[in-house]
Design a protein around this ligand. Structure first.
Ligand code: FES
Length: 117
């Protein structure tokens, strides 16, 4: 199977990201690969780099599992840091006070488009 090359933009149908859902993607930013994810939290959408500010691991040890069990926050599965889905702020855990890195996100008709920072 041929893999689609990473590019400087990633898009998906907004309808594919229902509230409480996340989707992962990869960008090629000037030869540098960047892993990210989008989250729809209560109808508001954000795009974050999938990299914990604590040690730098991806947040999801289990692919695309970003939410806490109660669905209120995002969690890093490595050491349990908790993040606010809409601000990216780490509120609890070893990186409390730090934050996820945001990626530019825009709406184009029915599509969500994430681009390199
Ligand atoms: S790497 Fe995320 S809490 Fe330690």
């Amino acid at each position: 199977m041929r893999r689609m090359a990473d590019s400087a933009e990633w898009r998906c149908a907004a309808a594919d990201l229902a509230p409480g859902r996340t989707l992962k993607f990869r960008l090629d930013c000037g030869g540098r690969r960047l892993n990210g994810f989008v989250v729809n939290h209560d109808g508001e959408v954000r795009a974050w780099v999938n990299r914990c500010p604590h040690v730098g691991t991806p947040l999801d040890l289990w692919p695309n599992e970003f939410y806490t069990d109660d669905g209120r926050d995002l969690i890093c599965s490595t050491h349990g840091a908790i993040f606010e889905p809409l601000t990216g702020h780490c509120t609890v855990g070893p990186c409390a006070g730090d934050a996820l890195r945001a990626l530019p996100l825009r709406r184009e008709g029915d599509a969500l488009v994430v681009s390199c920072p």
